[in-house]
Design a protein around this ligand. Sequence first.
Ligand SMILES: [Fe+2]
Length: 255
Amino acid sequence: MFSRLFRRGKSGDEKNDAIPADASWSFIGADIHSHFVPGIDDGAKTIEDSIVLLKAMEAMGYKKIVTTPHVMSDFYPNSSLTILTGLKKIQDAARENNINLEISAAAEYYIDEYFTELMAKEPLLPIHKNEVLVEFSMLYEPPMLNSALFSMQTNGYKPIIAHPERYIFFHNKFERYRELRDRGCKLQLNLLSISGYYGRNIMEVAMRLLEKGMYDYCGSDMHHEKHAAALKAMLQTKAYSTLVNYPFLNSQLCF
Ligand SMILES: [Fe+2]
């Protein structure tokens, strides 16, 4: 389905003049990965930042946002309380600024040695039904990864693995991606990976995963204005023409 882009080996950010000027991300409908709650992780710092980012999402055609602050015991010890309190703030600010987006919150849970403890403490915030977004170290495969994912499943959750293309230790072990899916995990592409934003290797792995139809969801993983600008610029590139035909599940969240 996507072989033309891959065969040419072109960079995903190459311009495509055939794309209409009003191209948007509206076909995605719901974004399921972002950092819009101010001051609780490495995303928006202030409510003003949140408003700028939410306006950018609306302008790019999104209808719904499930924002996902980091929950990471060392750096961002968030809980449902900090996240849902922050959610209320951005919902109010969005209303005051006439931003027409349906906004809810979940989290991006970091799998480490503290994760199962955290799961026992309070219910996890799901993206959709029982699906929960998780990430882990980008430098090495955490030894407890399989057991943590299994533990999530025995607790009734379905893991969505955030940006699998960014875990460099999987790049030469493509079978690990299949294994994760076989274990019942869903995979979420960071849209910017396809533009080359995180580097060529990550772009190539993302394209391969796309070509094999292994992604279930996509996400902006937006933290700041630079991400918003890069995502907007992508709308006029070959990468966009590739993505627009992919059957992401995101739009199902809008029904
Ligand atoms: Fe993220």
